[in-house]
Ligand binder design. Structure first.
Ligand code: NAD
Length: 439
């Protein structure tokens, strides 16, 4: 089957490469020449574990181009994986996806199935179909199918090759059967439904996960006040299989390109239909507050960060990705700079992207040791393995004041008990092992 993929971001490129791995010929289209040149040379323009290797292994079935006309002209199936970012009012910006729909209408010369992988508000697939059909240059049949994506950045290749489910939203049996053929080598349950339900499955899934995170974060905040331990609480809750033990890690809230925008977009859509989604609104509000938790905690130790050496470990919104979209550091680091902090920051893959936003005022370091040297306080924003496996003794050896405020609960409290440091994490007792009281 001849497949084209519009957009080569975290979803588009991973999908294209995984379809090639399953034997399809895939032409990946992007408007960004720089990305296309890199991919042609066998270099992944994004950091995603295992992606570049898989891409190189499948080069004979992959093509990369900016020439959408050529790519779409004779395609059997065209996947759309372009971005649907947030607009200032919280609704989804559909201009990229409608742009691709118009390009498809102008290019296709044979019957084809257009598959919407991007996360789109309920009813968008209908609009895309209308847009394509009303702009068609040639007399061909076009079917539009919703096929939302559930991968998570950092594990995107594994999530796609071993997906939890394939959701197919169609209004006709023909596109449904073609998509089943595309996915015939994927060993996953297939849910076939109508397009609106498929679109809703994606939003409801993401918003439910966001809600779960905000819920556990609120319980963690209460644990801190009343002296309970969130990890034990989550552990005890997780044995109930109606709750499950995933996504119960307390921290400084969710970020990334999906949960923040997908909660706001569904809330906006509900409001548009005169319905208030109160649970989703609560998840959004709790998350906004949670992002600032570390700076608030730092006030226990210092009235301000002015003139202090601040070590920042982790810049990305989660480990395993170079993506900074909605990362908590994006709000916290400007506040710290405003406060007069001298910031040293470390991240194994996120520094180049962060430098594009903050080229000045931050000293970027190549190692955790260099970042901690002479620091008055350390903030952990991302639970990279290098941080989790860092020898705790080094905090007191390297820092001027070994005060570590951990937004990701990287260390178990038992291991911190022997380290000469102040360790303040989320939803757990603060460990204060310094002889001099800083509080
Ligand atoms: P991204 O921003 O990483 O990539 C989008 C790509 O589309 C960019 O490379 C851009 O240059 C390209 N593009 C824009 N217009 C184009 C056009 N006309 N033709 C071809 N390419 C074009 O986006 P992403 O993170 O991969 O997300 C894509 C969609 O998938 C979004 O709707 C998102 O909500 C959804 N999604 C994302 C994830 C995730 O973890 N990132 C997971 C599931 C679903």
């Amino acid at each position: 089957m001849k497949i084209a993929e519009a957009g080569t971001g975290y979803v588009g490129l991973v999908t294209g490469v995984c379809l090639a791995e399953n034997g399809h010929s895939v032409t990946c289209v992007d408007i960004d020449d720089r990305k296309v040149a890199l991919m042609k040379a066998g270099v992944s323009p994004i950091y995603e574990p295992g992606l570049e290797e898989l891409m190189i292994n499948n080069m004979e079935r992959l093509d990369f181009t900016t020439d959408y006309k050529e790519a779409y002209r004779y395609a059997d199936v065209i996947f759309i994986g372009v971005g649907t970012p947030e607009k200032p009012d919280g609704s989804a910006n559909l201009s990229y996806i409608y742009g691709v729909a118009e390009q498809i209408a102008a290019s296709i010369e044979k019957d084809c199935v257009v598959v919407v992988k991007s996360t789109v508000p309920i009813g968008t697939n209908d609009k895309i179909e209308g847009l394509i059909k009303s702009n068609l240059k040639n007399n061909v049949n076009v079917y539009v199918a919703s096929n939302p994506e559930f991968l998570a950045q950092g594990t995107a290749v594994r999530d796609t090759l071993h997906t939890s489910r394939i959701v197919i939203g169609v209004e006709d049996t023909i596109p449904g059967n073609i998509l089943k053929e595309v996915y015939k080598n994927f060993n996953a349950p297939i849910v076939v439904t109508n397009r609106k339900s498929a679109e809703m499955i994606k939003y409801a899934s993401n918003d439910f996960l966001a809600l779960k995170i905000s819920f556990i974060n609120e319980i963690a905040n209460l644990c801190e006040i009343i002296g309970a331990n969130i990890e034990d609480v989550a552990h005890g809750m997780g044995y109930d299989n109606r709750i499950g033990n995933k996504f119960l890690n307390a921290g400084i809230g969710y970020g990334g390109s999906c949960f923040p925008k997908d909660t706001k977009a569904l809330h906006w859509l509900a409001n548009f239909h005169d319905y208030e989604l109160r649970t989703v609104k609560a998840a959004i509000d709790v998350n906004e507050n949670q992002k600032l938790k570390l700076i608030k905690k730092s006030r226990k130790y210092f009235d301000s960060l002015k003139g202090l050496n601040v070590a920042v470990l982790g810049l990305t919104f989660k480990p395993g990705t170079d993506d900074l979209r909605e990362a908590p550091t994006l709000v916290n680091i400007p506040l710290m700079l405003e406060d007069g902090a001298n910031i040293k920051a470390w991240d194994p893959v996120g520094v180049d992207n962060f430098k594009k936003l903050h080229s000045e005022g931050i000293m970027y370091c190549y190692s955790i040791e260099e970042t901690l040297k002479d620091a008055d306080i350390c903030f952990i924003f991302t639970e990279w393995d290098q941080v989790k496996h860092f020898d705790l003794k080094n905090y007191s050896k390297l820092m001027k004041n070994p005060i570590v405020i951990d937004g990701r609960n990287c260390y178990d409290l038992e291991s911190v008990k022997d380290a000469a440091m102040v360790y303040d994490s989320i939803g757990r007792e603060t460990i204060h092992n310094l002889e001099v009281s800083l509080i």
